[in-house]
Design a protein around this ligand. Structure first.
Ligand SMILES: CCCCCCCCCCCCCCCCCC(=O)SCCNC(=O)CCNC(=O)[C@H](O)C(C)(C)COP(=O)(O)OP(=O)(O)OC[C@H]1O[C@@H](n2cnc3c(N)ncnc32)[C@H](O)[C@@H]1OP(=O)(O)O
Ligand SMILES: Cc1cc2nc3c(=O)[nH]c(=O)nc-3n(C[C@H](O)[C@H](O)[C@H](O)COP(=O)(O)OP(=O)(O)OC[C@H]3O[C@@H](n4cnc5c(N)ncnc54)[C@H](O)[C@@H]3O)c2cc1C
Length: 607
């Protein structure tokens, strides 16, 4: 039935002010208003190229290139990865050799594996590339630097001499990511003026002298820090979108449990459905709040960099790399779980979930493979621990390691299930687990003569320690969020329930870590699980309102199952009838191929 809200009875159960929760989810009332207006107007517009120019170009270069890029007079592609190397940026093979006679750089791809491979926009549309290449002067290799290279004519869009470009072909699934022209590029001695090397961090003079910067060389990786923190925000959108679909559908879908003609049970009332769905709902909120914090940390970093204060750069790298890894993995796995939570209909394109999954899963790989990113966090943790001996007091997200001695003595004092609702009880357990896992790695590393050998050998443990550290950050930031003044009837209470679900679900999932590090006893683990079950019951009446608070339009969700009005079945049927296969009752090829088979005479005794 059109116009009827089939989920109204669910919305009436809500015990909190949904309008206020919408503003909390959006970040502020203003952000909510803005999102509300614009989400109805615009689609996602991924940035690549422009942040890199801002980070790596001199002011003069920015004045020349940014207006062109902003006004779309040129279209840029962030061209870093090659066929042979993606994670190992220092291993890139493309060369940019300085020619002092002509005051130019000569870009060249010396091997097949030096072919640029993957950059978005490169295959068909980009006019320019921010190409990463090894700077060579007088046969000396100065490592990877960024160069602005024109690829195609601005008159007829044909590729310029010495440049071979193609699209790298179809990607996973048949979905929207295939509309992105990820490309391949070979340079054959392509010349560009010297001033097209991005020279904010280091310069090459007219005489061919390399002038290294007096700022950390890691600043050249600044674009990745910027994009990774944006990806954390995107993870909250992708996961919440899938959770919204599967929560609404779980309230509509009924299976079993009818007594004397009463309606069957809504699948959202099955405890197994709740135990799979509600941690994802809580994770969406948790990722949202940590992304809010990460963004403010990043803005603070930018202000410091302006003032030549580089002190928080290593932490910013560790946080953006680690949170990018954890949140994209949770979102990608969560989307797949949401598909399963919708049963068979979840596999239909019209559910919106297969498309969302196919588009989202590469987030675990692009902008840094998730395992490689966690290894970067582990390096940061090991470095922090190694500096404890010299009296360096860690700050920020590693401050707890400064209390390592105390945390090594910690034993949880939880006696009753409700004790697990206390934020300090949860934080202490997560801190102790993370500290003990990192300290154990550091201790094992010290047994190796060569630290790099040790790092390789222990890398699986190091990844787990880094995971524990990142989960501690997310739990802590959720708790800090709730220390803010949040108005609105019941809003803070609901967020408190979600915070506890998020933390206790992680504890349940990683119970092996908590037990093997002796932070909690098996009995305390059991009590945490008992508390978790009761939290699921508390979230149940609010589930629909909590996903309504994401404020997603039906257009944005693109899902028959996730419709706001819950009118699923008629729309599912209607959608199926739009399939071109249903345009005719007899399929193409039937008369040529199938009918002759059907008309073959049956021989006696055999088919
Ligand atoms: C249905 C419709 C649906 C619609 C939804 C639509 C949604 C669509 C969304 C689409 C978005 C698409 C976007 C795609 C963008 C992809 C772009 C890319 O992948 S571009 C390509 C991206 N490519 C990648 O991400 C490559 C990944 N690889 C890397 O990042 C690096 O090579 C590495 C870090 C792994 C190693 O590097 P290496 O040099 O060997 O490093 P060492 O270990 O030797 O460390 C040296 C020192 O540097 C330090 N440091 C390191 N990094 C940073 C940093 N960022 N900052 C600061 N510092 C950093 C490090 O801590 C260490 O410090 P210290 O100890 O000395 O103090
Ligand atoms: C959809 C998509 C869009 C992209 N867009 C762009 C773009 O616009 N511009 C651009 O330049 N690039 C782009 N990329 C490339 C992307 O950044 C790289 O693919 C990514 O950084 C991973 O690098 P890789 O492919 O070399 O993986 P590899 O490093 O080869 O990873 C393969 C396996 O090796 C493991 N591994 C690698 N190193 C280590 C290590 N040190 N220790 C332990 N395990 C390790 C990884 O965990 C992984 O399991 C894109 C990629 C995709 C999928």
């Amino acid at each position: 039935m059109e116009g009827v809200d089939h989920l109204a009875h669910e919305r009436n159960k809500a015990q909190f002010d949904v309008a206020v929760m919408k503003a909390v989810w959006a970040g502020s009332r203003d952000a909510y208003e803005l999102f509300h207006r614009f989400s109805r107007l615009v689609a996602n517009d991924p940035e690549m190229f422009i942040p890199a120019i801002k980070a790596q170009a001199t002011e003069e270069q920015q004045k020349q290139w940014l207006p062109l890029a902003n006004k779309m007079k040129i279209i840029g592609s962030y061209t870093q990865t090659e066929l042979g190397h993606g994670s190992n940026v220092r291993g890139l093979e493309t060369t940019a050799t300085f020619d002092p006679k002509t005051d130019e750089f000569v870009l060249n791809s010396p091997t097949l594996t030096a072919t640029k491979w993957w950059p978005g926009g490169l295959g068909k549309i980009a006019t320019h590339a921010l190409a990463h290449a090894r700077l060579i002067i007088d046969d000396k290799d100065y490592g990877v630097h960024g160069f602005l290279v024109q690829l195609r004519s601005l008159d007829d869009h044909l590729t310029l001499p010495g440049i071979t470009i193609g699209d790298i072909g179809m990607k996973y699934g048949s979905g929207a990511y295939n509309t992105m022209d990820n490309g391949s590029l070979i340079f054959d001695h392509v010349r560009i003026p010297r001033n097209q090397m991005l020279m904010r961090l280091s310069q090459v003079t007219r005489e061919g002298k390399y002038v290294p910067s007096n700022v950390p060389r890691q600043l050249s990786y600044g674009t990745m820090v910027y994009v990774r923190q944006k990806i954390v925000f995107d993870a909250s959108i992708a996961l919440s979108r899938a959770v919204c679909i599967s929560t609404r559908y779980s309230a509509v879908r009924r299976q079993f449990g009818s007594h004397n003609g009463s309606p069957e049970t809504q699948v959202i009332d099955y405890k197994t459905q709740q135990a799979r769905l509600f941690p994802l709902l809580a994770s969406a909120y948790a990722i949202r709040f940590v992304s809010e914090w990460l963004n403010s940390f990043y803005k603070d970093l930018l202000q410091r960099l302006e003032a030549k204060d580089f002190s928080t750069l290593p932490e910013a790298h560790a946080c953006t790399a680690g949170l990018k890894s954890i949140t994209t993995s949770v979102a990608a796995d969560g989307i797949e779980e949401c598909r399963k939570l919708c049963g068979g209909h979840g596999y239909l394109t019209s559910s919106g979930l297969p498309e969302l999954s196919a588009v989202y899963i590469p987030a675990c790989t692009y902008e840094g493979d998730n395992v490689v990113m966690l290894l970067q966090v582990a390096r940061y943790l090991m470095k922090t621990i190694s500096q404890l001996k010299s009296g360096n007091k860690p700050v920020g997200t590693t401050a707890y390691l400064g209390r390592a001695e105390q945390l090594m003595q910690y034993h949880s004092d939880v006696l009753r299930a409700e004790d697990w609702l206390k934020p300090n009880v949860v934080v202490e357990a997560f801190e102790a687990r993370a500290a003990r896992m990192s300290m154990a790695c550091a201790q094992n590393l010290s047994k190796f003569n060569n630290p790099e050998d040790g790092f390789q050998e222990l890398s699986a443990d190091l990844v787990e320690a880094a995971t524990a550290h990142c989960q501690l950050i997310i739990v802590s930031k959720f708790i800090e969020k709730l220390q803010q003044d949040i108005p609105g009837k019941g809003v803070k209470e609901q967020l408190g329930v979600l915070r506890s679900i998020y933390a206790l679900f992680l504890l349940h999932k990683h119970i092996g870590d908590f037990l093997s590090t002796d932070c909690i006893t098996p009995k305390q683990g059991y009590l945490a699980n008992e508390q978790l079950r009761s939290l699921y019951s508390q979230v149940r009446p609010n589930a629909i309102a909590l996903v309504d608070a994401f404020n997603y339009t039906d257009h944005f969700l693109s899902s028959v199952l996730g419709r706001y009005d819950g009118n699923v079945y008629p729309k599912l049927y209607e959608e199926a009838w739009k399939d071109p296969l249903n345009d005719t009752s007899i399929p193409d090829g039937f008369h040529e191929y199938v009918q002759p088979m059907l008309k073959q005479p049956l021989h006696h005794g055999r088919l």
